[in-house]
Write a protein that binds this ligand. Structure first.
Ligand code: WTA
Length: 704
């Protein structure tokens, strides 16, 4: 669908209305110690050196056999990197660091209860634990190279241990975010065809010991409904010897790891030498249609890319103490808590719980006590920390040399608080734009060499050449400040290999739209469509506008509208459902759900609760709608499509736009009256929205 004149004008106007932010230069102290401080690096990664420039990243790894072909483009867009090479990711993240300093902490695990001591897992200890668990997986669970194992684990050291144990065997892991429901986990077990589920009895969150094992029973049941039998459920215990769950252990299926592992005491498992293109893991990501996409990441390309970007963009040195406060259940945690930092042999911090528990100073106490000098988090956490304790960081004696923000656009005002108050004006900040599909960063400043600009991620990172296209595939002039769809012109080693089990959808979603010639074997004809809107300022820095598809980004969690709606219609009495985003001060976006009822049902709080409950159980608590509105009828186009932008406009008190194409325009006023009067009564009228938010709401759900 071509953009009409009017929307083109308004996009350009929005770009013009954005204030140009002033630049911030990295502190001299940071530049003096940075891994990348010589501008010659830009030359090394310039397009004329592509793809060989990525040898610099691959050479950070230890290969069992060196590759013969850097990039194989013979089957576009299924790129192969470092072909002919062999390596093991577990060896690279563990074994090879033993010689230097086996007693250095690889992981520092901070339990949420503050009286529980921090646990240091040294590289030697990590080596022992990874080997024992690999032996158990191989012996007791019977998994083989190429099999899939699903984890549904919280933020505990057992999670990186399990990832590395699988990697040691060449087994493909698929970690499902611990906060997701059992049903969501079960669907992903079935999709990846895992016969083994690894979980935990419970974990601490917000002061409460959460019963987690109960979700394993739901997951196994859901997987069975979808035709997949789980043979064994391996249950770690939060406190070995005690059981934190009310859910009974199923004889012959469920086993406590701490009981079985005794048989593998001090076992050693030879790391399996894997081809560079062998899959390392699957990470599911929500998309426009109901089914989540299993993003399949490679061993050699992925590990090279996260190691290289961790070194240059996170500025990780082995002697740093690095804390990324994301969850390992997301791609950020895989790449920048586990694989990147451990491959570089540094100390990586894992925190079990909520950064503001028991109070707004917790994160800064952790930083002070552990001597954290690199800090990495998301705008949603920054907003929350700022709201609850704007002056807390000043009370603690920590010093960050470097900080990261990732996952959503950050408002310049919030960025400045991060810089001045959290970073005490001493830290270089990188705003890193990328996606589950990408393996590692796509857009960011190189911290010692490029100034920071609040609200902009920066230019494409080393070896990444972005371009903005309009809907028709014309290039939007570089640096014009006009919005369009951001694409990456070239392949890179961290790009996912395919959608697990669905290569057609992989091509359709990311390559079909801007492919110049489907028969071409030249990568220049296959730009990667990121599905994000963006604009590029005259200085080459990109500002990311968010998804062009129907995804609601709640606190950095991507929730597909279709997924939410499919869940909502499972509730008693619900006929139709539409999910829309509302601007939320803390979480960026929250979900609001509009439902219409089946005949014979009348609106009630019970029905609304039913909708929230089913969303919590199908997707997870993070997706629970802020409000559920029961309406007589949804605004629809003549072809029967729900016009989400109209109800999104109502929920956000913004202009609903043109309603003349509706089949039933008369419903709009009724819905507005009902929703907005109730919101007024509850004090939920938002402050004036920014131009960018207005644009997103105004266009929500327009993409086909
Ligand atoms: C958004 C997270 C603005 C974007 C690593 C992308 C961002 C989606 C940024 C991917 C950023 C991520 N600035 N927007 N720095 N980083 N996004 O897959 O819309 O969880 O497409 O990966 O988050 O989210 P995902």
């Amino acid at each position: 669908m071509a953009l009409d004149e009017a929307s083109e004008v308004s996009e350009a106007q929005i770009a013009v209305h954005w204030r140009e932010e002033e630049l911030y230069y990295p502190p001299a102290k940071f530049i003096g110690q940075a891994n990348a401080s010589d501008p010659a690096i830009f030359q090394r990664f310039s397009e004329e050196h592509f793809p060989e420039c990525f040898k610099e990243y691959a050479d950070l790894l230890t290969w069992d056999r060196y590759w013969h072909t850097t990039l194989d483009t013979s089957n576009p867009p299924f790129w192969k990197w470092f072909v002919g090479g062999r390596l093991n990711a577990s060896y690279n993240c563990v074994d090879r660091h033993l010689a230097r300093d086996p007693n250095k902490a690889a992981l520092l695990w901070v339990p949420e209860p503050e009286q529980e001591p921090t646990v240091a897992v040294t590289y030697q200890e990590l080596y022992r634990r990874v080997n024992e668990l690999a032996a158990l997986l191989q012996g007791f669970a019977g998994v083989k190279t190429g099999d899939r194992v699903t984890f549904h684990l919280p933020m505990v050291p057992e999670l990186p241990v399990a990832m590395l144990a699988c990697a040691r065997l060449g087994v493909i892991h698929s970690q499902v975010f611990g906060g997701f429901s059992g049903a969501a986990c079960g669907g992903r077990i079935a999709d990846s065809q895992s016969t083994i589920l690894v979980t935990m009895d419970g974990y601490y969150r917000n002061g409460e010991l959460v019963d987690h094992k109960v979700k394993a029973d739901e997951a196994v049941a859901r997987a069975a409904e979808e035709g997949m039998t789980v043979d064994k459920v391996l249950v770690f215990r939060r406190h070995p010897g005690e059981y934190a769950s009310k859910s009974p252990m199923v004889a012959g299926r469920d086993f406590f790891v701490d009981e079985v592992i005794g048989d593998y005491r001090d076992a050693l498992v030879e790391p399996v030498s894997m081809p560079a293109e062998a899959p390392l893991f699957i990470m599911y990501s929500s998309g426009t249609t109901g089914r989540p996409k299993g993003c399949q990441h490679s061993t050699g390309g992925y590990l090279a890319y996260v190691t290289g970007t961790s070194k240059y963009y996170q500025d990780i040195h082995p002697e740093d103490t690095y804390w990324c406060a994301a969850d390992i259940g997301w791609i950020t945690g895989h790449s920048y808590i586990v694989y990147g930092p451990l491959s570089l042999g540094t100390t990586t911090v894992l925190y079990e719980g909520v950064p503001t528990y028991p109070d707004a100073g917790r994160a800064w106490r952790i930083a002070e006590r552990l001597g954290v000098n690199i800090f990495h988090t998301a705008p949603t956490t920054i907003r929350m920390l700022r709201k609850l304790g704007p002056d807390e960081p000043k009370k603690y004696n920590y010093h960050f040399k470097h900080m990261t923000t990732v996952g959503e656009p950050i408002e310049p005002e919030v960025w400045r608080w991060y810089y001045e108050v959290v970073g005490k004006g001493e830290a270089a900040i990188v705003d890193t734009w990328w996606q589950t599909e990408n393996g590692g960063f796509l857009g960011s400043t190189l911290p010692a060499l490029q100034p920071m600009k609040p609200g902009s991620c920066g230019p494409g990172v080393l070896g990444i050449y972005p371009v903005i296209y309009d809907e028709d595939g014309n290039e939007v002039a570089a640096g014009s400040g006009k919005a369009g769809n951001i694409c990456i012109r070239n392949p890179w080693p961290g790009i996912f290999q395919t959608i697990w089990g669905d290569p057609e959808r992989f091509i359709d979603t990311y390559y079909r739209k801007y492919c110049k010639d489907p028969d071409s074997k030249d990568w220049h004809d296959w730009p990667y469509f990121a599905n994000d809107g963006a604009m590029q300022a005259a200085d080459g820095y990109f500002r990311i506008l968010g998804r062009v598809d129907d995804v609601i980004n709640v606190a950095g969690h991507r929730l597909g509208t279709k997924e939410l709606e499919s869940a909502a219609v499972l509730a008693e009495g619900v006929a139709e459902a539409a999910a829309v985003p509302v601007v939320d001060e803390l979480r960026g976006r929250a979900v609001e759900m509009y439902v219409s009822l089946r005949p014979g049902f009348v609106a009630s709080d019970e029905i609304k609760r039913g909708v929230s409950d089913v969303i919590a159980s199908e997707i997870g608590k993070v997706a629970i709608p802020k409000n559920v509105w029961i309406v007589a009828d949804m605004p629809k186009t003549r072809s029967g499509k729900i016009m989400r932008r109209v109800i999104a406009g109502i929920s956000n008190f913004t202009d609903v736009g043109d309603t003349s194409t509706l089949a039933n325009p008369e419903v709009v006023d009724d819905i507005r009256e009902h929703v907005q009067s109730e919101k007024r009564a509850r004090g939920e009228v938002p402050k004036a929205l920014s131009a960018k938010d207005k644009e997103e709401i105004g266009q929500f759900g327009q993409a086909e």
